[in-house]
Design a protein around this ligand. Structure first.
Ligand code: PAF
Length: 283
């Protein structure tokens, strides 16, 4: 695996790959890699000749009171894992390489409306930071394909929309959620869950799947379903940030006629905010 810390260095090699007709797959990450990330890489390797992974903890997508400084940075372990998984190029820039003019005057990419709801409602500015850094990374790597996990469903939907709106010639591919044995969705932030909370947090996944079953069985009273879901989660001792049945593409509130519905939830533990979702297709 070749490691690049600069945009110019990475581009020099990628130009040669493109001249050889190599298809380039890209997996952007913030590091602290778990099986879920490595599955994205494995998926990228299936349909591309060269796979680029990036590790960059993007300050622009963290709010003032969020965990940017605490975010787990495990560079050496991540490199080992990427080597073993067969990553070809790792792009690991520092803040100055990514934002040479500083954050305040950095040009931004904004995907309006669908970033105002769900996670965007409680994390103002978060998706602007994501779409901005992902656009920059796309321009640096110029991949044929980029892989994103379904766990961050809103991020995936927003990036799909950005790529469509900006006519970027990149195939966005999704990879399924990786779960722990009890069903908890894998996340770098699971390390903030306490031992007492750990057996109970699976209530989020179980409730999402329960609501999905009701929808599959024909229920369309989304408000009633959401209220029942919130009560179940409160019963397990967690506060709910949101629990919503949404149109899978636009993220607008689900309507009776929707054929693809995604049920999304976010709950607060003592020190973490956990998200999860499930999609019901072809209704
Ligand atoms: O999902 C993530 O890890 C980040 O939001 C991403 C896409 C790498 C952008 O910083």
């Amino acid at each position: 695996m070749k490691v690049f810390n600069t945009v110019d260095g990475l581009r020099e090699d990628l130009i040669k790959d493109r001249l050889k007709g190599h298809r380039i797959g890209f997996v952007p990450t913030m590091g602290n890699l778990h099986e879920g990330h490595l599955a994205l890489l494995t998926q990228a390797k299936l349909t591309n000749d060269v796979v680029v992974c990036s590790i960059f903890v993007n300050a622009l997508q963290f709010g003032l009171n969020e965990d940017w400084d605490k975010y787990p940075r495990t560079y050496q372990e991540d490199c080992e894992k990427l080597r073993e998984a067969g990553c070809d190029y790792l792009f690991h820039p520092d803040d100055t390489e990514m934002y040479p003019n500083g954050l305040d005057t950095q040009s931004r990419v904004i995907c309006p409306v669908m970033t105002d709801v769900l996670c965007g409602a409680s994390r103002p500015g978060h998706f602007e930071g994501v779409t901005t850094v992902v656009s920059k990374l796309f321009n640096i790597v110029q991949p044929d394909q980029a892989i994103f996990g379904v766990k961050d469903y809103q991020q995936l939907a927003v990036i799909r929309r950005m790529v469509e709106d900006l006519c970027l010639p990149i195939d966005i591919v999704s990879a399924p959620i990786h779960r722990e044995i009890d069903g908890l969705a894998m996340s770098s932030r699971n390390r903030y869950i306490t031992d007492q909370e750990r057996p109970k947090v699976v209530v989020l996944k179980n409730t999402l799947y329960w609501v999905a079953e009701q929808i599959k069985a024909g229920s369309r009273d989304f408000v009633e379903l959401e209220t029942a879901a919130v009560n179940r989660i409160h019963g397990a001792g967690f506060n709910v940030d949101y629990f919503t049945c949404s149109n899978s593409k636009t993220l607008e509130l689900a309507s009776y006629d929707d054929t693809d519905i995604t049920v999304l939830g976010a709950i607060f533990t003592d020190a973490a905010r956990l998200i999860d979702n499930v999609t019901i297709s072809n209704l």
